[in-house]
Design a protein around this ligand. Structure first.
Ligand code: GRF
Length: 225
C-alpha cells in the first residue's frame, strides 16, 4: 500500500527587516529538510534585506509601503488579499514588525503563526532580551505561537530555552538565541508540514491531543514528544 497523498504545505513568510528566519526556512526547504513550498515573501518594507534575499533566490515578493495607502487598515487588507492569491496553507510572521488589523488576523485564525524572541507569556512586545536581563531571568528563549489579535498573546505551540550567562548583554543574548530561533521555527514548521498541528478554539492540538504546555525544542528535536 502506498502512503495517502498529501499536498505539500504552502508557506507565505512575512518579514520586515533582516530576514534571517526567512533564510532559515528557505535553506530548510531547499535542502529538503522541510517538506513545504515557499510561495511568497511578504513585507511592509520594500527596501528590507528580507525582500532582497527573496528576490535573489527567485521567491515571489509582495512588498507594499504604508505610504501608498490611506490608512493602516487598508494596507493590511491589501497585503493579506494579495497574499491569499498564493493560497498559502500557513502564514509565518518572522520578524514582521507590525500590529496587523484584528479583522485580518481573525480571518486567518489557526493558519497564522509568529516567532517571538522570549519564553511567552513572558515579555510580549519589544526589547525582550534586555527585559529578560533586567528581570534577572535564569533562562531566556523563543516561542512559536498562533497569532490572535492580542499582541504576542495567542496560544503557544513551542519553546526553545537557553541559559542566561554571566556577562551577557542584550546583543550577546540575542546573538546566542538567534540560531536556536531558526531551528525552533523550522522544526515547528515540520510539524505543520506533517499536518500534526492545529488550533481548536484556544487550544493547540498536536495529532489528536490538546497541548497542555508548549512543546520544548532541545537537542535537535522536541523533547517529551
Ligand atoms: C527575530 O528575533 C524574531 O524572533 C523577531 O524579530 C527578529 C527577526 O529577525 N520577531 P530576522 O528578521 O528573522 O532576522
Amino acid at each position: 500500500m502506498t502512503a495517502p497523498h498529501r499536498q505539500r504545505l504552502r508557506l507565505a513568510v512575512f518579514a520586515s527587516g533582516r530576514g534571517s528566519n526567512f533564510e532559515a526556512i528557505l535553506a530548510a526547504v531547499r535542502a529538503q529538510r522541510l517538506d513545504a513550498d515557499l510561495v511568497a515573501l511578504c513585507s511592509d518594507k520594500p527596501a528590507s534585506r528580507a525582500v532582497d534575499v527573496a528576490r535573489q533566490n527567485g521567491i515571489d515578493v509582495i512588498a507594499l509601503a504604508q505610504a501608498d495607502f490611506a490608512d493602516r487598515r487598508a494596507f493590511d487588507h491589501a497585503l493579506f488579499d494579495r497574499t491569499s492569491r498564493y493560497a498559502p496553507d500557513l502564514i509565518v510572521l518572522a520578524g514582521f514588525m507590525r500590529i496587523v488589523d484584528s479583522n485580518v488576523i481573525d480571518a486567518w485564525r489557526g493558519r497564522i503563526i509568529n516567532i517571538h524572541p522570549s519564553l511567552l507569556p513572558k515579555f510580549a512586545g519589544l526589547r525582550t532580551h534586555q527585559r529578560a536581563l533586567d528581570a534577572h531571568e535564569k533562562f531566556h528563549g523563543a516561542s512559536v505561537h498562533f497569532v490572535t489579535p492580542q499582541l504576542d498573546g495567542g496560544p503557544v505551540i513551542s519553546h526553545v530555552q537557553i541559559e542566561v550567562q554571566p556577562g551577557d548583554d542584550e546583543s550577546k543574548l540575542a546573538a546566542r538565541l538567534l540560531p536556536m530561533e531558526h531551528r525552533l521555527l523550522v522544526a515547528t514548521l515540520q510539524l505543520f508540514a506533517a499536518r500534526r498541528i492545529s488550533l481548536d478554539g484556544d487550544n493547540v492540538i498536536v495529532d489528536t491531543q490538546r497541548l497542555d504546555r508548549p512543546l520544548r525544542y532541545a537537542n535537535d528535536g522536541f523533547a517529551d514528544f
